[in-house]
Design a protein around this ligand. Structure first.
Ligand SMILES: [Zn+2]
Length: 342
């Protein structure tokens, strides 16, 4: 699933180099100084790109401030500074900084408006900034539902940290939304409730249904953990299989009738599947493949298997999926697929 990009994350223009080139007259001394200035700017631009790549907003802020010292009127840099403050949930600082600029454009207006509405919503709902989640709202979700969702998410977060012995460096982004109109980008099939697309999108109305929300939140949070652990592409059967193993909702279900889905369809995003029965099948085969991989029955996997899973998906950054599976589990995805298709 794709991570959504914030609208203000524009690429940094080469203007920095141009600004540096604008320095001085052509004496040898000035040429040397100029080269040094260009080198310094290039180094900062590289660093900026690394910070952005890692979505490290503190680092982005520091680098952009250094670049702004060289080019204080650069509008693109000003936008990046406002954006990095926003991303750090420093909404008051973001609003104050935009206030000092003396102009607005579409992106700055967006950040200012969004910061103000987030502050207002948090105040109205009486919620403090969460330790592990960065929360946004869509629509006007009910306060009790929001508080319940956040407290269950915190419990699930602690459990998953212990299960995988993994402590995410960054906060996870949660969108709590009120109606189905806010379920992420593009039309989604009706069987999709909560989703993870880089952000956890939770329909908070779900909190009215005690029997479903716990597994759903554990499930979606597992996707967020898998992403944070590997930051590489994970085949969908593996991602959905592990999430179901953790949420416990799929265990003990009988094999769905009909043809066996292809390995290709099990690796592609399931949300493309609009038919509920086909989707059910994909989920069932995914869970069975991961259970086979873990060699467990009824989803009772031991702790060490989750640690092995973490090591395996981490290797996806450097290795092909089947090479990593073979190394950690002694099987390939095709072999697992064949075993569950029998
Ligand atoms: Zn899922």
């Amino acid at each position: 699933m794709q991570q959504s990009k914030p609208p203000f994350r524009l690429f940094l223009v080469i203007a920095i180099g141009v600004v540096a080139l604008g320095y001085g007259v052509h004496t040898y001394k000035n040429v040397a100084q100029r080269n040094k200035a260009i080198e310094e700017s290039n180094r900062l631009v590289d660093e900026f790109n690394e910070c952005q790549e890692a979505a490290d907003w503190k680092c982005t802020e520091r680098v952009v401030r250094a670049l702004l010292e060289k080019a204080p009127d650069d509008k693109n840099l000003q936008l990046h500074l406002a954006g990095s403050l926003y991303e750090q949930e420093r909404y008051e600082d973001c609003i104050a900084y935009i206030g000092t600029l003396g102009y607005r454009n579409e992106e700055l207006e967006y950040l200012e408006k969004k910061s103000k509405s987030l502050l207002k919503e948090m105040e109205e709902l009486g919620i403090a900034r969460s330790m592990h989640f960065r929360v946004e709202f869509e629509g006007s979700p009910n306060r009790d539902d929001v508080l319940e969702a956040l407290s269950v998410l915190e419990v699930a977060y602690d459990s998953l940290c212990r299960l995988f012995e993994f402590y995410p460096e960054k906060k996870m982004h949660v969108v709590l939304y009120q109606s189905s109109a806010y379920q992420g980008i593009g039309p989604r099939p009706e069987w999709v409730g909560a989703i993870f697309d880089g952000k956890l999108r939770i329909p908070v109305g779900m909190m009215q249904y005690r029997e479903i929300y716990r597994p759903v939140l554990f499930h979606e949070l597992t996707h967020a953990f898998v992403r944070a652990m590997t930051m590489a592409k994970v085949p969908l059967w593996l991602n959905e299989g592990i999430a179901q193993l953790v949420d416990g909702a799929g265990s003990g279900k009988e094999r769905p009738p009909g043809s066996v889905p292809s390995l290709e369809s099990l690796a592609a995003p399931f949300v493309k599947e609009s038919r509920t029965d086909e989707a059910t099948k994909l989920y069932w085969y995914s869970l069975e493949m991961v259970k086979k991989m873990f060699r467990v029955n009824e989803g009772l996997a031991s702790k060490s298997q989750f640690l092995k899973f973490k090591d395996c998906v981490r290797d996806f950054r450097y290795k092909d999926v089947d090479a990593a599976l073979r190394e950690h589990y002694g099987v390939t995805s095709k072999e697992l697929w064949e075993q569950v298709s029998r």
